[in-house]
Ligand binder design. Structure first.
Ligand SMILES: NC(=O)c1ccc[n+]([C@@H]2O[C@H](COP(=O)([O-])OP(=O)(O)OC[C@H]3O[C@@H](n4cnc5c(N)ncnc54)[C@H](OP(=O)(O)O)[C@@H]3O)[C@@H](O)[C@H]2O)c1
Length: 287
């Protein structure tokens, strides 16, 4: 039977890759992509009415206020989109008896654990973005029956502002770059994540899953690898602390995921981030 899968946040960095992958993986289903022009999730009535009218079978909710420092400076907007917005979508999902997939973040953790985070570990966000996304998770789990919550991290992809492009841009302008060396995580390619989301949907997975490319690193070593693979290693990179960078939002110093649950339930392990990065840089050069 043909299903309708609605992707909210379809024009974002992840949304664009995900809709392409879903079209390819699920050709019998109808994939509908909405973004802020079609639906403003801050508005409860509009959100519920529009989704109810479409009657989707699955709603993949990616739309979010993703500027982590912006969230810190504008808590009201962060909660309006990331928490209340997710609640409005979940409410509509429950009315349609659809299945909900919600994208969340490693920033729900404080980074004090020094071994990879399990889905069952207690969240304790350090910043407004993390708190608003965690509240979104809680609303989704309360309202949408058997929801799938996918936590991911350090995304980069072809369709959005991201660390890889920012390092390459800076390297063209400066001879010396300063990059933080006291945060550990796993850079994750949106195409690899999209494939994993598609697989989790096909397995009808429910509950929380941690999904990231494998192998942890710091932003500093990620930056060095980007430059090396791009043939720009003449640019000098200086390791600095998060304190020296002085961003408004505090980030966890350690947010490595244990992704064994994904492997156990679907057989899937995402490749090391350095391999994914090579693909990304090659794609970038072809266009
Ligand atoms: N990027 C990361 O490193 C990262 C890490 C962990 C988790 N995640 C999660 O993964 C998901 C996708 O992230 P992403 O990087 O692809 O985000 P993104 O590029 O910022 O895309 C989010 C999309 O949501 C839209 N949006 C914002 N406010 C909205 C509203 N009120 N109603 C409807 N749409 C709205 C945005 O439109 P505008 O662009 O016009 O605002 C944008 O098209 C998010 O849920 C995010 O929290 C991301």
């Amino acid at each position: 039977m043909k299903r309708t899968i609605l992707v909210i946040g379809a024009k974002g960095m992840l949304g664009r890759d995900l809709t392409t992958i879903l079209h390819a993986d699920l050709p019998k289903d109808e994939i509908v992509g909405w973004d802020i022009e079609e639906i403003d999730i801050r508005k409860e009535e509009e959100t519920v009415t529009k989704i109810e009218k479409l009657r989707p079978d699955i709603v993949v909710h990616l739309a979010a206020y993703t500027d982590v420092d912006g969230c810190e400076l504008d808590e009201g907007s962060a909660f309006a989109v990331n928490a209340e917005g997710a609640k409005h979508v979940a409410l509509a999902v429950s009315r349609c008896r659809a299945k909900m997939v919600y994208l969340s973040t490693d920033y729900v953790f404080d980074g004090n654990k020094r071994e990879p985070y399990l889905e069952s570990d207690s969240p304790h966000p350090l910043n407004v973005y993390g708190r608003s996304k965690l509240q979104g998770e809680e609303y989704v789990q309360a309202w949408a029956k058997e929801a799938l919550v996918i936590r991911t991290q350090w995304l980069y992809g072809r369709y959005g502002k991201n660390f890889v492009d920012s390092i390459l841009r800076q390297a063209r302008e400066k001879k010396v770059l300063s990059i933080v060396n006291d945060q550990i995580g796993s850079p994750t390619y949106t195409l690899d994540l999209s494939k994993a989301i598609s697989v989790l949907i096909q397995f009808n997975a429910r509950g929380i899953f941690h999904v990231a490319n494998s192998d942890p690193c710091t932003w500093y070593s990620f930056g060095q690898t980007i430059l090396k693979l791009s043939g720009m290693d003449e640019v000098k990179v200086i390791p600095i602390s998060s304190k020296e960078l002085g961003r408004p939002a505090v980030r966890p110093s350690y947010s490595v995921f244990n992704c064994q649950k994904l492997k156990r339930e679907t057989g899937l392990t995402l490749r090391p981030w350095s391999e994914a990065l090579k693909d990304y840089l090659q794609i970038g050069q072809e266009n």
